[in-house]
Design a protein around this ligand. Structure first.
Ligand code: PEP
Ligand code: MN
Length: 335
């Protein structure tokens, strides 16, 4: 059960509410976020929900039987729209395209990426400065100095930044230079990192784990929300299956299912999802057709030379084609 408390819930009302919750043998946890004040209540006994809803200090009460609660679609009227400022919204009417290299490599590459994004009307640039790599000998990113450069150039051109944070100790240093913190697939269940991002007042995009279930992704999002941060998006980036003909299996099914189960925006990452450059455009379109609120795509001026994930990185020319097709599909779907 989720109890939404009134903004003006007095201490006295709060005590009466919690006494009532205890009297029906439910445990509760108070969650205060940047937008709301909630009591998440866990228990099994039968009770008349109206007897709780009628108490002073409560604005609404809902039964939510899922393992995740606050990210569930069962209590929230309407979907979450994340406003990054400057008219950049995720989860609203327009499909959001985020693009950029897998890794930030240096000033020239940042410049060329920004130019390409501006040409396509893309307002959010991706790029990792801390890279989780399977091999310790692979390129692992240019770190905080690279992020500062990335930020400076993007800000000059009104572009927002999404970049991966790998551990909670990095959050503080990264904070001034980030619009969206990305939690990578390998960290999808790093609960300490998720807890720490719950305390941050910036948007977080959580990728589904490499072998993670939909339910696990939603519970990871619950960590961030219950830590106090409602600004969350979910990302399907492909899962590991028995198939070896491509890098990962982009689980398109997850898109409508996540949207049904949760009020949070759902993003698709077809680059990691299939891992093959030539199919990134069709899988982006398939994601939009499946209902994704946005896509995140790897693009580079010279894709073959990208320092990481070259095989799945598209050219800037193809990025322009992709955006044109996404917009055409979007309007066709609205008719
Ligand atoms: C990335 O976005 O470059 C990345 C490493 O993604 P994932 O965590 O999905 O593998
Ligand atoms: Mn990558």
């Amino acid at each position: 059960m989720i109890i939404q408390l009134d903004k003006q819930c007095s201490q006295e009302s709060y005590q009466r509410i919690t006494q009532r919750v205890e009297s029906i043998d439910y445990q509760f946890k108070r969650i205060q976020t940047q937008y709301g004040d909630y009591l998440v209540c866990i228990g099994k006994s039968e009770f008349d929900i109206r007897s709780i809803g009628a108490l002073p200090g409560i604005s609404d009460v809902h039964r939510v039987s899922d393992q995740y609660k606050l990210v569930s679609a069962k209590w929230k009227v309407g979907r979450t729209v994340i406003d990054l400022g400057d008219n950049v919204r995720i989860g609203g009417d327009e499909v959001v395209v985020m693009a950029g290299p897998c890794s930030i490599e240096g000033p020239d590459q940042i410049e060329s990426s920004v130019k390409a994004l501006l040409k396509c009307g893309i307002k959010i640039m991706r790029g990792g400065v801390y890279k989780p790599r399977s091999s310790p000998y692979s390129f692992r990113g240019i770190g905080l100095e690279g992020l500062k450069e990335f930020y400076k150039t993007c800000r000059e051109h009104g572009i927002k930044i999404i970049t991966e944070v790998m551990q909670s100790s990095q959050i503080e240093d990264m904070y001034p230079y980030v619009d969206v913190f990305q939690v990578g697939a390998r960290n999808s269940q790093n609960f300490n990192l998720l807890d720490a991002l719950g305390e941050v007042d910036k948007t977080v995009m959580i990728k589904r784990g490499i072998s993670g279930s939909i339910n696990e992704l939603l519970q990871s999002a619950e960590y961030v929300f219950s830590g106090g941060n409602e600004r969350i998006m979910l990302c399907e980036r492909g899962i590991r299956t028995h198939e070896t003909a491509y890098r990962n299996t982009l689980d398109l099914n997850a898109i409508p299912i996540l949207k049904k189960k949760s009020h949070l925006p759902v993003i698709s990452d077809p680059s990691h999802g299939i891992g093959i450059r030539e199919f990134v455009v069709p899988m982006s379109l398939a994601s939009v057709a499946a209902g994704a609120d946005g896509i995140i795509v790897e693009a580079h001026e010279r894709p073959h030379e990208a320092l990481s994930d070259a095989a799945q990185t598209i050219s800037h020319e193809d990025l322009e084609v992709l955006v044109g097709k996404v917009r055409a599909l979007e309007s066709a779907l609205k008719n």
